[in-house]
Design a protein around this ligand. Structure first.
Ligand SMILES: Nc1ncnc2c1ncn2[C@@H]1O[C@H](COP(=O)(O)OP(=O)(O)OP(=O)(O)O)[C@@H](O)[C@H]1O
Ligand SMILES: [Mg+2]
Length: 334
């Protein structure tokens, strides 16, 4: 009630308190006269201090979104804001400053993240030098602290080819953190690593999040990474379709803790939502569903009017109760 009353008054802007705001984001690529709609009205809010994963099938638009958030690409329409900066209207000068100070980026290809002829320490100190402001000795000390925080002290004077793939990716995280960005973006950072190494690289992201308070967004195909964060957002056909939230709950009686995870569908402001494909297939839902408003939830039922019409034609049977003998639709929310 309170919330409803507040929203009727001076309604705060969508995502006003979020660090990352994507509002009906659209990105259309036109190549050889063929249009590809990589993002089709994507909504996403990320709060400051979150550590979250983005998942989705190949071609669903994950990298397109990351490139926009990194300030490397400009959306076709919609709104994208990071830390109050408008990524559509930002000029070249501001864009450069944004990429240097506000966001850090880690790519999948280990070779793309580090300069091969510089040591780990020099790689981390370089963005600090480009940003200016700190003296050489200060930069070296700050770089050394970052390497130590990510357990890379032993790689200080090694060049990338003298480091393992996992060490290179952790060094890449240190480089991305060099100018203490608010947001750390990573596109498949563990894609080229085995699962044990991937685990260590993921731990480095967690350290950045916990020790420095950096907001972290990781695109991943890695189930273990996706399972280890509290929030996993799934992108489907250029839109955020659903998200899984996990939290630890303590049993009041026994004191035992367990991880509870729930899947939510995203609901946009026009009321559109995407049902998970497997839910739709298992209930034979397509084209149209029957809705029933209950006091605390909405029931979603397969549309049987086509079956019923066929039955009426053959047996003369009248409309039947949609609840009759069918699996139940949406369960009440959390
Ligand atoms: N520069 C581009 N020019 C034309 N089409 C593009 C371009 N970049 C991406 N696309 C298209 O946009 C869609 C989304 O691509 P994107 O790279 O964002 O997918 P993705 O989710 O990152 O996939 P993957 O998991 O394979 O990395 C795809 O159909 C892709 O072919
Ligand atoms: Mg990609």
């Amino acid at each position: 009630m309170e919330r409803r009353a507040a929203s009727r008054g001076d309604r705060p802007a969508y995502g006003h308190d979020a660090l990352i705001v994507c509002d009906r984001l659209v990105r259309v690529f036109a190549t050889d006269g063929v249009e590809v709609q990589a993002l089709q009205g994507l909504d996403l809010l990320v709060a400051e201090g979150e550590l979250m994963a983005l998942v989705g099938a190949s071609g669903s638009g994950k990298s397109t979104l990351m490139n926009i958030l990194a300030g490397l690409d400009v959306p076709t329409a919609g709104a994208a804001r990071v830390d109050g900066r408008d990524l559509l209207t930002m000029g070249a000068r501001d864009r450069l400053a944004y990429r240097r100070d506000t966001v850090g980026f880690v790519w999948q290809q280990t070779a793309r993240n580090l300069l091969p002829y510089l040591t780990a320490l020099q790689n981390v100190a370089l963005p600090m030098r480009l940003a200016g402001g700190r003296r050489r000795a200060e930069r070296a000390r700050a770089a050394e602290e970052l390497l130590a925080m990510l357990s890379l002290g032993h790689c200080r004077d090694r060049r990338p080819h003298e480091m393992s793939g996992g060490e290179q990716q952790r060094a890449a995280i240190a480089v991305a953190l060099a100018n203490t960005p608010k947001v750390l973006l990573a596109d498949e950072p563990t894609g080229e690593l085995d699962s044990a190494t991937a685990e260590q690289v993921f731990a480095a992201f967690r350290t950045a999040n916990e020790e420095l308070g950096t907001t972290v967004v990781i695109v991943t195909h890695d189930r273990t990474v996706a399972d280890e964060v509290r929030r996993t957002v799934a992108i489907r056909d250029g839109r955020t379709a659903s998200e899984v939230l996990r939290r630890t709950e303590r049993d009041a009686a026994t004191g035992t803790e367990s991880l509870v995870s729930r899947e939510y569908a995203m609901l946009d402001r026009a009321g559109r939502l995407q049902l998970p494909t497997d839910h739709m297939t298992s209930l034979g839902m397509a084209h149209r569903v029957l809705l029933e408003l209950e006091s605390d939830h909405i029931g979603v039922w397969p549309d049987h009017t086509a079956d019923d019409a066929a039955r009426t034609r053959t047996t003369g049977e009248a409309d039947r109760d949609p609840q009759d003998g069918d699996a139940r639709g949406a369960a009440p929310g959390a």
